[in-house]
Design a protein around this ligand. Structure first.
Ligand code: SAM
Length: 299
C-alpha cells in the first residue's frame, strides 16, 4: 500500500480493516449528493458475485492485461459500495479505494477479506497520495456528480503515473440518440428534480415505484422488440440496457438516476476535451453501454 501524504482526521475499525478518514474537501464537492450516496450505499451494500462480474465485464470491456495486471497499483475514486474494487481485486497488485461518503464503511465491511485493498474516506481534491503514483485509475459514475467535472478529472489524473491508464465513466449527453429518446429522457429529468429533494426513506420508496412502473415496462417492451423487430432496432428502446440486469441493480440505478441532486451529462467531444486538458491521450471510447466509458493513457 502507498504512504499517505497528509495526516488523517481519524480512523474507524471496520471488522478487521481500518478505514482512515480525511477531510473530503469543500470546494469541488456537492455535500448533499455525497450524503445521499452514503445513505444509498447503506441500502445497496452487497452485490452478488455474478452481478459484479456481469456488470464489471461491461465497464471493463476495453481494458486488457496490458493496462491492468498483477503489477498494477490502482486507485478507485468514488468507490461507493466497492463493487469495482472487488471486480479488480484479483487482477491488480494493490487497490486504494477512496470515497468521501459513509459508503466506504459498508464497502470495508463487505470486502473485509480482500488483503490487497485499503479503503480511505476522502474526496477527489483530498486524495491523500503523491501525484504520479498509480498505474491504473478508475472512476466509474462519479465525476458527473461533482460541480466542476473537468477540474475533478485534473485532480484525479494527477495521481496517475505518466504512461499509466485511466478508465472513466461519465453519463452521456444522449449524443448518439434520436429526438424521441431525448424527449422521454428530458421528461424524466423533470421528475428527478422533484424526487431528489424528498427525504431519504420516502425517496427510496418513490424510486422503487419508478423502477416498477417505468423501468420494468420499458424492459418488457425492449425484450418484446428484440423478438419482433428486425436486427438491432430493439437497442433504441429506452432502458434496454437493463434487459438482463437483476432487480437489485435496477432498483439501485433508479435511485441513482432519480434520487441524486447533482447530475451532469457529457458528449464524447466534451469528454475528449476534458481528458486531453488533464494530460491524457490515446482515448478509446467503448461502443457498448454504459455510455460513455473511455480508456486513456497519460502522456
Ligand atoms: C453513483 S456512485 C458510484 C459508486 C461506484 N463507483 C459504483 O459505480 O458502484 C457515485 C460515488 O461518487 C462519490 N462522490 C461524490 N462526490 C465525490 C467527490 N467530490 N470526490 C470523490 N467521490 C465523490 C459518492 O460518494 C458516491 O459513492
Amino acid at each position: 500500500m502507498l504512504k499517505y501524504t497528509t495526516s488523517e482526521l481519524n480512523k474507524k475499525k471496520i471488522s478487521e480493516k481500518e478505514v482512515f478518514c480525511f477531510n473530503p474537501g469543500t470546494e469541488n464537492i456537492d455535500l448533499e449528493t455525497v450524503e445521499s450516496f452514503g445513505e444509498e450505499w447503506l441500502k445497496f451494500d452487497e452485490f452478488s458475485a455474478e452481478e459484479i462480474k456481469n456488470a464489471g465485464d461491461q465497464y471493463f470491456d476495453i481494458v486488457t492485461e496490458k493496462e491492468l495486471n498483477k503489477a498494477s497499483y490502482v486507485l478507485d475514486l468514488g468507490c461507493g459500495s466497492g463493487r469495482w474494487t472487488k471486480y479488480m481485486a484479483d487482477k491488480a497488485k494493490f487497490i486504494e479505494a477512496v470515497d468521501p461518503s459513509e459508503a466506504v464503511f459498508s464497502a470495508a465491511r463487505a470486502y473485509n477479506d480482500l488483503s490487497n485493498v485499503r479503503f480511505t474516506q476522502a474526496g477527489v481534491d483530498t486524495i491523500p497520495f503523491e501525484d504520479n503514483s498509480f498505474d491504473f485509475v478508475i472512476s466509474l459514475g462519479v465525476l458527473h456528480h461533482i460541480p466542476d467535472t473537468g477540474k475533478a478529472l485534473k485532480s484525479l489524473l494527477r495521481k496517475l503515473k505518466s504512461g499509466g491508464h485511466a478508465l472513466i465513466y461519465l453519463y452521456y449527453a444522449l449524443d448518439n440518440r434520436g429526438f424521441l429518446y431525448k424527449l422521454i429522457f428530458n421528461l424524466s429529468t423533470v421528475l428527478r428534480r422533484v424526487v431528489s429533494t424528498l427525504p431519504h426513506s420516502f425517496k427510496q420508496f418513490v424510486c422503487d415505484l419508478l423502477a416498477i412502473f417505468i423501468y420494468l415496462p420499458f424492459i418488457g417492451i425492449a425484450k418484446l422488440a428484440k423478438i419482433i423487430l428486425p436486427g438491432n432496432l430493439y437497442m433504441k428502446i429506452p432502458l434496454v440496457y437493463y434487459r438482463d440486469k437483476s432487480w437489485n441493480i435496477i432498483r439501485n440505478d433508479a435511485l441513482d438516476r432519480f434520487g441524486t441532486p447533482l447530475e451532469q451529462r457529457f458528449s464524447k467531444k466534451q469528454i475528449t476535451e476534458m481528458m486531453e486538458a488533464a494530460g491524457m491521450g490515446q482515448l478509446q471510447f467503448s461502443e457498448n453501454e454504459p455510455y460513455w466509458h473511455v480508456l486513456a493513457k497519460k502522456k
